[in-house]
Ligand binder design. Sequence first.
Ligand code: CA2
Length: 149
Amino acid sequence: MTDLVMVLNGPNLNLLGTREPEIYGATTLDDIAAMLHDQGQALGITVDCRQSNHEGHLIDWLHEAGARKALAVILNAGAYTHTSIALRDAIRAVSVPVIEVHLSNPAAREAFRHVSHVSPVAAGVIQGFGAGGYALALDAAARMRQGKN
Ligand code: CA2
């Protein structure tokens, strides 16, 4: 059985590549999913990419990652990063390492983006590298499997 990595994307990320390319880039979420599937194939990892605008869906999917004993979750929780204690609790509740990803660098943006409720319970954070950050995160998951991190 191959290892599973779930890639969970939060609110408004379905708009990726269609608006605000100066902040979030021109790559769509479908492009990112295709890139990660190819990368996963080379690494022997099944990649399951999802997006929802609803906080509860993200929480249900974190629980699912726990039940499926996923190798890791790559999570871009969008603006819920800065607001959701429920997401933080869900990450704590499952014993799956969560790699927090942001396309932009929230630390270099408005003050309200400087707080992340995800970071304190994440295995690590990759931010500011655009769509390539997801590839770095998948690589980090694969390295974790090999005990290299
Ligand atoms: O940089 C990131 O990945 C963020 O998680 C993106 C969130 C933002 O609230 C976080 O502070 C940082 C916003 C996602 C909105 O996505 C859009 C994509 C294209 C057009 C409009 C919004």
